[in-house]
Design a protein around this ligand. Structure first.
Ligand code: ATP
Ligand code: LTN
Length: 337
């Protein structure tokens, strides 16, 4: 996998995962997925659909199955190339759950109790505060540590989970000798944090009950343009970035992430123009970006046999890497294999 570049150095490895918990949004794309594609050239990349994580919240079996397929098809549609990167589905590589047990026995109740995502999600799903929701960061640590990555590209919301993965690795290595590489977070250069179109003080989220707040990556052109037309702005009618103008600032951020133009260039482009023109331009450019992704998604999702072939191949490659680390960890602990 890790071929050589011009300087004969092996490429650094990057690993990341996304949960199949709904159709990814423009926020997921600009904040995470787009960066996964860019990283393919420079890094040896391993990307997975974190389907084991998804059942920490109750799922409907048929819907989960569909969302796993869709998430995998979407990874291909955005331009991830199975010839360059390892693309797989977490549940198809049993070492994730297996290593998770070893790591659980080296993780303290107290440190898991401090995870803000656990506190948030247990408050939101008070009727189902299950043990998996609590140990979720341990499974995430095993997703990471199995592949010995140098970097883990994550959004700000996942930083705490990455910290605990690093703590577990350091602790385990301290007891048993070097088993795991201790990875660094990878913060993308354009770390877009996309906000809701209806409440620009909240992040854009696929689980928002107001569907006008987010752009789904599979929304059609008309829907995208309509949602941008309805986006909350202000009464000043001037396209500029300012803290008291979170709606317009968010739209400028989106337009900048999609076109590569700077904020200053955008402010100049729309000088003297109203919000109507501006919102239409943002809507059209986002639609131009997502149209080909949606078309490509439709082709992949219609070919189940091809998808199946790719994810089984991906799981084989992933398991070859994962098994090495898992066996090493087991032996160090004293297991007879
Ligand atoms: P949910 O909305 O259901 O809480 P989510 O949209 O946060 O989920 P995740 O699967 O947790 O989705 O996130 C996948 C990746 O997308 C993470 O790395 C996260 O940091 C990034 N991300 C999520 N929302 C945004 C956003 N609004 N702007 C930028 N990046 C985001
Ligand atoms: N918890 C992450 C998804 C995730 C992940 C990982 C990210 C699961 N395993 C390993 C990076 C590395 C989320 O909800 N975004």
């Amino acid at each position: 996998m890790s071929d050589n570049n011009i300087t004969n150095q092996p490429k650094k490895r990057a690993l990341s995962c996304i949960q199949p918990s709904g159709t990814p949004t423009l926020g997921n794309y600009l904040g995470a997925l787009k960066n996964w594609v860019a990283m393919q050239e420079e890094f040896d990349c391993v990307y997975a659909i974190a389907d084991l994580h998804a059942i920490t919240v109750r799922q409907e079996p048929a819907k989960l199955r569909r969302q796993i397929h869709e998430a995998f098809a979407l990874l291909l549609a955005i331009g991830l190339d199975p010839e360059k990167s390892v693309l797989f589905i977490q549940a198809q590589v049993p070492e994730h759950a297996q290593l998770s047990w070893l790591l659980s026995c080296h993780t303290q109740f107290g440190e898991l109790s401090r995870m803000t995502q656990f506190k948030d999600k247990s408050a939101r799903h008070a009727d189902n505060v299950n043990a998996g929701l609590f140990t979720y960061p341990v499974l995430m640590a095993s997703d990471i540590l199995l592949y010995q990555p140098d970097y883990v590209p994550v959004g700000a919301d996942q930083k705490q989970h990455l910290e605990i993965a690093r703590d577990i690795a350091v602790r385990f290595n301290g007891i048993y000798g070097d088993v795991f590489k201790v990875p660094e977070p990878y913060i993308p250069k354009t770390g877009a944090r996309v906000m809701s179109l209806q409440d620009p003080t909240k992040k854009m989220s696929k689980s928002d009950e107001n569907i006008n707040g987010f752009i789904s990556m599979l929304d059609d052109r008309d829907t995208i343009i309509r949602k941008f037309k309805r986006a909350v702005t202000d009464s000043e009618a001037c396209v500029r970035v300012a803290p008291e103008k979170p709606g317009v600032s968010n739209l400028i951020g989106i337009y900048s992430a999609v076109t590569g133009k700077t904020e200053a260039e955008i402010e100049r482009e729309f000088e003297g123009k109203g919000y109507g023109d501006f919102k239409l331009a943002v809507g059209e450019t986002v639609a131009d970006t997502l149209d080909p992704i949606r078309a490509s998604f439709e082709r992949y999702i219609a070919d189940k046999a091809y998808l199946e072939e790719l994810y089984h191949k991906g799981a084989d490659s992933a398991e070859r890497l994962a098994r090495k680390t898992y066996f090493k960890a087991m032996k160090k602990v004293g297991y007879v294999l």
